[in-house]
Every structure is written in structure tokens, then in C-alpha cells.
Design a protein around this ligand. Structure first.
Ligand SMILES: N[C@@H](CCC(=O)N[C@@H](CS)C(=O)NCC(=O)O)C(=O)O
Length: 463
């Protein structure tokens, strides 16, 4: 009975095992696990490898996964000599180090780069690409001083393994030309491995047609079918209440977002952000060229486009109108007044303005009255208006405004929070609420003189 190998030809770790098998004349009983169809999660396979990764080998009851362990095991068991995996302790240590460099660094960084795209269609992250380039720099240095192979005077398992990874990195559209040692070494590896089917196992041409990198996203193409597409990108800030609202809406409708953190204060916003939103406010959505800001517009667009039902934002005009009404009440009145009053203290170094506080209290009183005749913000059913208004009240809670005076609002607020808990409400809000609270306290604790001086300074510098 032949040794069984569970594999898929697209998987680089599987390809290095297949390549070695050809070099050592090992005939596997090959069992295809189509990871594109998630076959690795089938019960029968998970029973063999609970970590459900390929390659997985079953050599007469010895079940191994982790390709580099399979490689060293196969060499130790089947190779005629020890040239690919030396027995000498010092020589072997070097091969092991390079294999682990591949596992923990080079291959790992490649995975980090492409995984979010394959998992949920995220855009490729330039920073992660730079991490791959850095690892390629190290590989290049390992080959300095005319070294022909990565771990000693002869080709070893480390060369096979690393060259499959580099081949895959190239297939993902990353240019290796600036790493001249790596380029020459790759040619050497290919020449050496070609008689053993390098082209068959790791053919550039095949890979290039399979993975088409369009610059921002890797598109996995299977014959005519595009399997992967890009999910909407959301530029956001963790503390921004409207950003938090959109993230919660996305979670409620089960839509993955490609989240792009923007730090406006530190001036480190990505260039592409300012190019698409001249008003540079957060959140901003880019859904394959449809660019929107204003959180409530983003939320209603995402629901209309991606939600399975229209419950959160009804299509029927008569049911939709009260939702729009409450969204605009939030934008134009409640949230506007929260910003007006607390913004003076937080950003404008002004004394709290009692008139603005009464305007805010009046807005909450209006909402308390609205709730006289309805359970949720826009009627009898839970809608996006509840999520939006809840985020404004969450901000008031962070500022310790004290909602106890408004019993209906208080009950409604707790009910909305309860609805949103399964969708990451606490994870998104809790930490930043204490940050807002601390910021407000720090600003409120400043003396009147400090405030007056800061205010004057800002007036002078603006005049
Ligand atoms: N370090 C492992 C990586 C194995 C791995 O992540 N394989 C991928 C295919 S390239 C896989 O099985 N993915 C499916 C899964 O993890 O469920 C090795 O070298 O064998």
C-alpha cells in the first residue's frame, strides 16, 4: 500500500512535497482535497487532520502534516544519500534554520499578504507587501558572496522549499528583480529541479493565469469564473461614533468590510483617502468606485445593496419615510447638538455653554416624546434608525450625561444595545467610550484661565 498524500496542486507546501517525491521516486496514493471548495473541512478529513491543512501525509498509520516535517521525514526514510538533508549536525542545523525561515517568515509573510483577500476579498495591504520584500532582502543576503545554495555547498531541502515559496510570491505579482542573488539562485533551482518536474509542480505560467493580481486585489480565476471579488473598503477611525455605527451595521447584515484605519490628527491618512474624499471626514466608503461619506448614507446604501432582507431599511416608501425621518433627526438635531455642546469643551477650549446644553436636553426630550407612541425609533420594528440613534446615545453615555431622567429613552437604549450585542457592539464601543470619557474629564478639569488663554491663542492664530 502506497503512502497517502492529501494535497491540492495550487498549494505551495503541497508542491514542494510533490517535487521531492518525484526526486526520490516516491509513488504517492494522491488524494485531492479541493481547498477552493472547502473540502478540507469535510468530517472525514478533519478526523485525519484536525488542523485541516494540506499537505497531510499518511505513511502506513504515521499521519503528519506541516510540509517541512513531511519533507525531512521523506528524505530521512527514502533518500539514497543525505545530500538533500545532511546527517552532519552542523550542516543539518543550517538546513533546518532555512526551512524554519521559510515557515515562520517568508511563507508566513506571503500568507499574511494574500490571506485577507482570499478569505473575504480584502484589498492587498502595501505594508504587508513590504514585509515580504524585507524577507526577500534577507534571503538575498543569505546568498551573498557567490553562494550557490541557501544552506551549504549543495542543493538541499531548504532550496526546494524556499524556491517554491519564491515562485508563488512571483505568481502573486511581486517582482524579485531587485534581489539579484535571489534571481540567479531561482534560475539555478529551476534548472536543477526541471528534470524532476519543476514546471509541472510549480509552473509559473499556470500560476499566473490562476492568480491575476490587479494591483489592489488578487483575483483567483478558475477557468472563466472569478472566484474572488473585493469587499467594500471602509476608511474609519476607532473613536469616531459614525464610523462605529457603520461597522455595527455591516456586522448586523453579515457584510465583511475591508477596514482601513485613518489617523487624521497624526496627518498619516493614506494618500488614497484624501484623493477620494476632499471633505476628509470619516467614515468614508469605497465600494468598487462608489465613494460615499456621511455614515447614514453609507449605512442605508450597504443595507440596500447587501442585506438579505429590507427589514432594517424598508423599500416601501411609506415604511421607509419614518426611518429617513429619524436618521435625519439624528444627523441634524440630536447628534448635531451633542457635537455642538461637547465639541466646545473637547476641541475648542471653550467653557461649557448652558444654552447648548439646554438645546441638547430639548432634543432628548423630543425623542422621549416620540417614543410615547412607538417601541423602536421609526415604529414597531427595529431599523437602521435605531442603530444610528443608539450610537449618539452611546456617546452621551460615554460623556456621563445621565439618561435616567428620560425613562422611555433609557429603556429603548438598553433594548437596542441588547439587539446589537451579538454583532460586536461591546467590542466596537466599550474601549473607546472610556477614552472619550477620559478626554472629556481632562478638558473639563482645566481651569477657566487655561481655557481662556487657549481660546485666545486659537483666535489669534486664526486671525
Ligand atoms: N505550514 C503548513 C501550511 C499548510 C497550509 O496552511 N496549507 C493551506 C493550503 S496552502 C491549507 O491547507 N489551507 C486550508 C486550511 O487551513 O483550512 C505547511 O507547510 O504544511
Amino acid at each position: 500500500m502506497a503512502t497517502i498524500l492529501y494535497y491540492h496542486p495550487l498549494s505551495p507546501p503541497c508542491r514542494s512535497v510533490l517535487l521531492l517525491a518525484r526526486m526520490l521516486d516516491i509513488e504517492f496514493d494522491l488524494r485531492s482535497i479541493n481547498i477552493l471548495e472547502k473540502e478540507q473541512l469535510n468530517q472525514e478529513f478533519v478526523a485525519i487532520n484536525p488542523q485541516h491543512t494540506i499537505p497531510t501525509m499518511d505513511d502506513h498509520g504515521l499521519v503528519l502534516w506541516e510540509s517541512r516535517v513531511i519533507l525531512t521525514y521523506l528524505c530521512s526514510s527514502f533518500a539514497k544519500d543525505d545530500s538533500l538533508y545532511p546527517k552532519d549536525v552542523r550542516a543539518r542545523a543550517l538546513v533546518d534554520q532555512r526551512l524554519q525561515f521559510d515557515l515562520g517568515t517568508l511563507h508566513r509573510r506571503m500568507q499574511d499578504y494574500v490571506e485577507p483577500t482570499f478569505a473575504y476579498g480584502a484589498y492587498l495591504d502595501e505594508k504587508k507587501k513590504l514585509k515580504i520584500t524585507e524577507a526577500l532582502d534577507w534571503l538575498n543576503t543569505m546568498l551573498n558572496n557567490g553562494k550557490k545554495w541557501v544552506a551549504g555547498p549543495k542543493m538541499t531541502l531548504a532550496d526546494i522549499c524556499l524556491c517554491v515559496t519564491v515562485n508563488q510570491i512571483q505568481a502573486f505579482g511581486i517582482d524579485i528583480q531587485s534581489h539579484s542573488n535571489v534571481v540567479e539562485w531561482m534560475q539555478r533551482c529551476k534548472a536543477e529541479l526541471e528534470p524532476h518536474g519543476f514546471e509541472f509542480c510549480a509552473a509559473d505560467a499556470h500560476l499566473r493565469t490562476t492568480f491575476q493580481s490587479n494591483g489592489s486585489c488578487i483575483v483567483l480565476v478558475n477557468e472563466e469564473n472569478v472566484i474572488q471579488r473585493t469587499v467594500p473598503r471602509l476608511f474609519y477611525a476607532a473613536m469616531s461614533p459614525p464610523s462605529r455605527m457603520v461597522r455595527i451595521v455591516a456586522q448586523v447584515i453579515g457584510l465583511p468590510l475591508d477596514l482601513k484605519l485613518v489617523n487624521l490628527e497624526g496627518g498619516s491618512e493614506p494618500k488614497d483617502f484624501l484623493e477620494i474624499n476632499p471633505q476628509h471626514c470619516l467614515p468614508t466608503l469605497d465600494d468598487d468606485g462608489i465613494v460615499l461619506w456621511e455614515s447614514r448614507a453609507i449605512a442605508t446604501y450597504l443595507i440596500s445593496t447587501y442585506a438579505k432582507s429590507d427589514d432594517l431599511y424598508p423599500r416601501d416608501p411609506k415604511r421607509r419615510a419614518p426611518v429617513d425621518h429619524m436618521l435625519q433627526f439624528d444627523l441634524g438635531t440630536l447628534y448635531a447638538r451633542i457635537n455642538d455642546y461637547y465639541g466646545d469643551i473637547l476641541y475648542r477650549s471653550r467653557m461649557p455653554d448652558p444654552r447648548k446644553l439646554s438645546a441638547l436636553t430639548e432634543a432628548i426630550q423630543i425623542y422621549e416624546t416620540i417614543l410615547l407612541t412607538r417601541k423602536w425609533a421609526a415604529g414597531d420594528t427595529f431599523t437602521v434608525a435605531d442603530i444610528s440613534l443608539c450610537q449618539s446615545f452611546c456617546q452621551l453615555e460615554a460623556f456621563e450625561y445621565g439618561l435616567a431622567r428620560f425613562p422611555r429613552t433609557n429603556i429603548w437604549y438598553k433594548a437596542v444595545q441588547q439587539q446589537l450585542k451579538p454583532f460586536g457592539y461591546d467590542e466596537i464601543n466599550q474601549k473607546v467610550m472610556s477614552q472619550w470619557r477620559a478626554m472629556l474629564k481632562a478638558e473639563t478639569d482645566k481651569t477657566t484661565t487655561d481655557r481662556y488663554l487657549e481660546h485666545r491663542k486659537s483666535v489669534m492664530s486664526n486671525s
